[in-house]
Ligand binder design. Structure first.
Ligand SMILES: C[S@@+](CC[C@H](N)C(=O)[O-])C[C@H]1O[C@@H](n2cnc3c(N)ncnc32)[C@H](O)[C@@H]1O
Length: 358
């Protein structure tokens, strides 16, 4: 019935007149008694499905058609759909060796004062900076083996409200606070008693001043610092293309634009924070946490490519044609599920000098 009777006219699809149960029965009987024909139909229909247009591709066409008519996107706001799309890839990419270092440290940190005083220690207070919809807490809360309490900070009230809803099922006390985290006030914005300061997919947006303020704030609170999934500047696409390096360099230049706290450090953020923490006697480890996007992750690939596309168009408007060729090719490959993308990220864990642990 309806439009399907036209759009369904594809290899591998059998149709019957709506209401004609005998006709339907004949189709089914044919396939059930002839597995070879059923297998062939399944293969054909899977191939045909690849060329089907989705509502998402139509929405993207609209967005592209409107692109020149709308103001550029605000670099300080993040779309909850984008955060939801990237969450599984983020969780998979996180460096598990570094995570276990954090878990061991958290257990020692939690147990130490309790053992000394003979009293129950209070839950470990963890603060998540730039929490978005709470991806970092969704990953860390179940991984951590000690009693915890969380404070989630973000400037975006809408994302924070989603975080509150989507973390409700976790059995730990957590509070959300809307605030713009800024270099001058950061130490005061992090609550007293914080033992672990964490953030995911955040620090590449931040300026030198902000990262220095983070190191100062962590030292003042004598807290551990666990910062994951910071963009590290390297991207590899397979199959390769002659303009891959140009696109990567242009995206990396765009990374340094101001995202609300001054010129962002982009791919240099982790190294800069490491130096700032080491200056304050922290022991710092950095480990890779790359996204390895397979051809099947075409929705995330598409969203990532669209983000790069905005960045390249803003950064090099005079090279529009060159960029259009590359993005046209890459988006087509993503849709056809013939593209792999590797994006380098880094995780950092820093333990304070005065650990309280012998
Ligand atoms: C890329 S998103 C990452 C969100 C989340 N941590 C995740 O991994 O899904 C960056 C988040 O940082 C927040 N943010 C950026 N700059 C901020 C600032 N100066 N103060 C507070 N929040 C900020 C944004 O609102 C956004 O939610």
């Amino acid at each position: 019935g309806g439009a399907l009777s036209t759009t369904g006219l594809r290899p591998g699809v059998r149709q019957y007149q709506a209401g004609d149960v005998a006709g339907l029965r004949a189709c089914l009987e044919d396939w059930l008694t002839n597995p070879g024909a059923l297998g062939e139909a399944a293969t054909q229909v899977q191939q045909a499905a690849r060329s089907l247009r989705s509502w998402q591709s139509t929405a993207i066409d609209f967005q592209r058609a409107l692109e020149d008519l709308l103001p550029p996107p605000d670099p300080t706001t993040f779309d909850s759909d984008w955060l939801a799309l990237r969450e599984p890839a983020d969780h998979l990419a996180r460096n598990k060796r570094l995570l276990s270092e954090v878990l061991v440290w958290a257990e020692q940190d939690y147990c130490h004062p309790g053992v000394l005083s003979g009293h129950h220690a209070p839950p470990l207070l963890v603060v998540d900076l730039g929490t978005g919809t709470g991806s970092n807490a969704r990953y860390l809360v179940p991984a951590m083996t000690v009693p915890q309490r969380w404070v989630l900070l973000d400037q975006d009230e809408h994302l924070l409200a989603l975080a509150g809803e989507r973390l409700q099922h976790l059995d730990v006390p957590l509070e959300t606070h809307a605030c713009h985290l800024n270099a001058k006030r950061l130490a005061g914005q992090i609550p007293d008693g914080t033992r672990l300061i964490t953030a995911s997919a955040l620090i590449d947006l931040m300026s030198e001043d902000w990262l220095e303020a983070l190191a100062v704030a962590a030292t003042r609170h004598n807290a551990g610092v666990f910062i994951v999934l910071s963009y590290a500047g390297n991207v590899e696409l397979s199959p390769a293309d002659q303009d891959d390096d140009w696109i990567r360099e242009t995206v990396n230049e765009h990374q340094h634009n101001d995202k609300g706290t001054g010129a962002a450090l982009g791919p240099s953020a982790t190294n800069y924070l490491k130096q700032q923490l080491e200056l304050r006697d922290y022991q710092v480890s950095v480990a890779p946490s790359p996204w390895r996007l397979t051809p099947a992750q075409s929705a995330l690939q598409r969203a990532l490519l669209e983000g790069w596309r905005d960045a390249v168009m803003q950064q090099s408007p005079s090279e529009r044609q060159r960029a259009e060729r590359w993005f046209g090719l890459r988006l087509k490959q993503a849709d056809e599920q013939s593209l792999s993308i590797r994006v380098e990220h880094e995780d950092l864990f820093a333990r304070p000098a005065r650990d309280g642990v012998a």
